[in-house]
Design a protein around this ligand. Structure first.
Ligand code: CA
Ligand code: CA
Length: 218
């Protein structure tokens, strides 16, 4: 009986090791197909996962054959830690460089480059300077007045901006977003139910409730 138990255990260990090895080494056919992208000048259009170009074809083949992920050089803005400062056109953050690169490839020109970002939780992002692009990401975020090229991407969550004036843009994204006063500039509410407490002028696509009074400030 003890021998049988031992045999079963040995078989289980062998199976586990086998699976681990197969996963760890990757798919050799896949790696060689990956490396083939380097040939015929391909290496000049590719970069590694950190966005670094290759010195020559051999360096590219070697990287690809070891299972390194090859990206088109156009994905550069997403690679390394670059994706942490990028968002979708709706202000949604990316979980990885690969997710960012896939979005960029499918949505040319839509990638948002944030000059400052919040966390996945609630943030008070303070004053937004002229031409700053602030991405709040998840959570219920607030930020100061938006004017003169200042842009705020709320992303997911219920976000609040006190005032948007000429040249300011508030992209609410997902969640019930609120703008205290729109006096010139743009408030795009995005998804869900969005509100402007006091409307004077400016554009407000995707905003469901307009001029709802001071009580609408959360
Ligand atoms: Ca946030
Ligand atoms: Ca919204």
């Amino acid at each position: 009986m003890r021998w049988r138990t031992l045999l079963v255990l040995c078989a289980l260990v062998a199976l586990t090791v086998g699976v681990a090895t197969a996963t760890g080494s990757g798919n050799p056919g896949g790696n060689s197909a990956n490396a083939k992208k380097c040939y015929k000048g391909g290496w000049q259009t590719l970069v590694d996962a950190n966005g670094n170009p290759f010195a020559n074809q051999d360096a590219c083949v070697s990287y690809g054959a070891k299972g390194g992920v090859l990206y088109p050089s156009s994905a550069g803005p997403c690679l390394g830690t670059g994706y942490q400062m990028k968002a979708t056109a709706n202000g949604d953050p990316f979980a990885s460089a690969a997710a960012c690169a896939a979005y960029l490839a499918a949505n040319p020109g839509q990638l948002v480059s944030c000059t400052r970002v919040g966390t996945s939780g609630n943030d008070d992002l303070g004053l937004v300077g002229s031409d700053e692009v602030v991405c709040g990401f998840g959570g219920n975020d607030i930020a100061g007045n938006l004017l003169n090229g200042a842009v705020f991407y709320g992303g997911p969550g219920d976000d609040f901006i006190n005032f948007v004036g000429p040249g300011g843009t508030f992209n609410g994204g997902a969640g019930d977003d609120t703008l205290g006063e729109l006096s010139g500039g743009t408030f795009d509410g995005g998804a869900d139910t969005d509100a402007i407490c006091l409307y004077l002028s400016g554009s407000h696509p995707n905003v469901e409730n307009i001029d709802t009074g001071p009580g609408c400030i959360p």
